[in-house]
Design a protein around this ligand. Sequence first.
Ligand code: APR
Length: 254
Amino acid sequence: MTDDTDLNRAARALSRARAVLVLTGAGISAESGIPTFRGAGGLWEGFRAEELATPQAFAADPARVWRWYRWRQAQYGECEPNPGHAVIAQMEGAYERFLLATQNVDGLHHRAGNREMVEVHGTITRTRCSRCQRLSDWPEAIEEGEDPVPRCGSCEGLMRPHILWFGERYWTGTLERAYEFAHEADVCLVVGTSAQVWAPAQMALLAQQQGAFLIDVNPGATDISFSADVHLMGPAGELLPELWERAQRSPQEP
Ligand code: APR
């Protein structure tokens, strides 16, 4: 578990900050019961996410990919935002300038109340036509044995989840907004990412190079935690409420 001095240093940085960038990964939702991608429990029918979340997997077997996403979406629906999500939602209300960039597609930040947010890998609440790119809401649940692949209402093309897959380019505008904000952030708070995906990890390091105080909250060690000004080692659902409580008690003056 993390020590008191680190918590106090991080709390002080948050209490003085005017612009805060928060970056989250799967770890923020772990305590809501959603398995992380790279940890134990991240497998589905023996497949790893990297084998299913690709355009190639969809082209080869759209039904299998859809069964996986329908299973994930149902699983997310049974989960609730945890105290870590709640703190990040409170932060949005507390700072003049705030942005959350999440890699998660589970929609829990939105449910917790965040609106100043970029979902850099998309969201499981929407689908997109693989042919005409039309966006739609997530489809209704289906009965066992029904075709799991929804069709586009306009062109009959195969719908796919509105989620960025491995090997695909980021959508124009999403990352840019976060990168721009990284230049002005006084604090960059990273929570629950293994930093294996390049772009979000770079964003944190860029923010730090531009002067932000970098805090990493993760029970494990990652490339970000090695560079961070403070690595708070433990679960986000416990550490973030403690950190936020201390930040609100800390004196505001430098
Ligand atoms: N609190 C904070 N962090 C946690 C917790 C917790 N309770 N539990 C686990 N973690 C940490 C793990 O130590 C790990 O570093 O969360 C991280 C989860 O890492 P990944 O599973 O790799 O998730 P993420 O970094 O979000 O993956 C990035 O890869 O598969 C793709 O597109 C998918 O968005 C995902 C991306």
